[in-house]
Design a protein around this ligand. Structure first.
Ligand SMILES: NC(=O)c1ccc[n+]([C@@H]2O[C@H](COP(=O)([O-])OP(=O)(O)OC[C@H]3O[C@@H](n4cnc5c(N)ncnc54)[C@H](OP(=O)(O)O)[C@@H]3O)[C@@H](O)[C@H]2O)c1
Length: 322
């Protein structure tokens, strides 16, 4: 990582969320930080990053040399369907404020977070990093997707005009402790974990939205956090990189439901409501670029990571976001 020893300050926007908390754990409990580095984890209470003046004030306060930019309006399919406009406007504002202020404050490197749901709806599979702008995204999350795509436009333009090496990671579906387990606004896996917990507690049936046939690649937040640190320290491209388990590890929503049922030892009935949307049926992503750089990286097995997440949710039920 560029910068003199002792002078590195890494600012993590969205530091209180699913990914931010995982990075904090890797930095503080797994020895992820190097000597002399200062790590700052921000929440929206420290600064509303949709607001340019508040963004500037927080950069002025901490004077970071590096930024991991995670802050975003985030949510599952059903929240996207209701609030497409808000996803577009808030995420555009946050990203423009963070990248512009980072540039103004001479930040050496920014690693921003995109998502595989920003890729074109009609595409060939597997998706790779070159395809982001090849066609419209799935209409269910168009606002979020276009705002995220513009981060890549920003990064290329900052390189072209100012020589900045700002880059982006593209994770597949993330899960882990500190997720948003809200039944309506959460992503598919945390919402299903919450539903299964309630079905077991209350002795009711588990109702799953959609057919269960949609396919997804899931990455454990702690694996993603370890890879984020590697990107910050060693990945030198402006072009984004997909951070995901391999294509062979893609599973159906039904497979995920079965794994949650096993983790909670739930024995009640399970009903699939096919009148509800499945969202995009698949978005299979290639991790070939990651594997070229990191052939050695070991992902936590899905069932183990899921069990840890379910146990964390049950242990923190009263205080967690839900
Ligand atoms: N979750 C996934 O499956 C997934 C998949 C692919 C990509 N991503 C991307 O990964 C990144 C992190 O996602 P996550 O799942 O960790 O999100 P999350 O758990 O919902 O956390 C969002 C974070 O952003 C902060 N934030 C939201 N609005 C803000 C604002 N206006 N000003 C300042 N901070 C704000 C939140 O602060 P508060 O705690 O104060 O609200 C929180 O720290 C996002 O960029 C997301 O798009 C997520």
């Amino acid at each position: 990582m560029e910068g003199n020893a002792g002078s590195i300050c890494v600012l993590v926007t969205g530091g209180t969320g699913l990914v931010g908390k995982a990075i904090e754990r890797v930095v503080k409990e797994e020895g992820g930080a190097k000597e002399g580095e200062e790590w700052i984890f921000l929440s929206s209470k420290d600064a509303d990053l949709t607001n340019a003046a508040e963004t500037k004030a927080i950069f002025e306060k901490h004077r970071p040399t590096h930024v991991i930019h995670l802050a975003a309006m985030v949510g599952g399919l059903f929240r996207h369907l209701r609030q497409n406009l808000d996803f577009w406007r808030k995420n555009m504002a946050i990203n423009d404020n963070v990248l512009h202020t980072a540039h103004e404050y001479d930040v050496v490197k920014v690693v921003s977070c995109l998502s595989t749901c920003i890729f074109p709806d009609k595409t060939t599979y597997p998706i790779d990093e070159t395809m982001i702008h090849n066609g419209p995204p799935h209409e269910s999350n168009a606002g979020y997707a276009y705002a995220k795509r513009m981060v890549d436009v920003h990064n290329r333009a900052y390189f072209q005009q100012s020589g900045r090496r700002y880059t982006a990671i593209i994770p597949t579906n993330i899960f882990g402790p500190h997720d948003n387990f809200n039944l309506e606004d959460g992503h598919v896996l945390p919402a299903l974990i919450h539903k299964t917990y309630l079905a077991k507690r209350d002795g009711t049936a588990l109702e799953v939205f959609g057919s269960g046939c949609a396919l997804r690649q899931f990455i454990y937040s702690l694996d993603l956090a370890r890879l984020c640190l590697w990107v910050l320290r060693e990945y030198d491209e402006v072009e984004p990189i997909i951070l995901s388990v391999g294509e062979e590890d893609e599973i159906s929503i039904k497979d995920a439901v079965d794994a949650i049922i096993e983790a909670f030892e739930f024995t009640g009935p399970v009903n699939y409501d096919k009148s509800k949307s499945d969202g995009q049926m698949k978005k299979t992503a290639s991790n070939a670029k990651l594997r070229q750089y990191r052939p050695d990286f070991t992902f936590t097995p899905f069932q183990k990571a899921l069990k840890e997440t379910c146990d964390w949710f049950a242990a923190n039920y009263d205080s967690t976001r839900k």
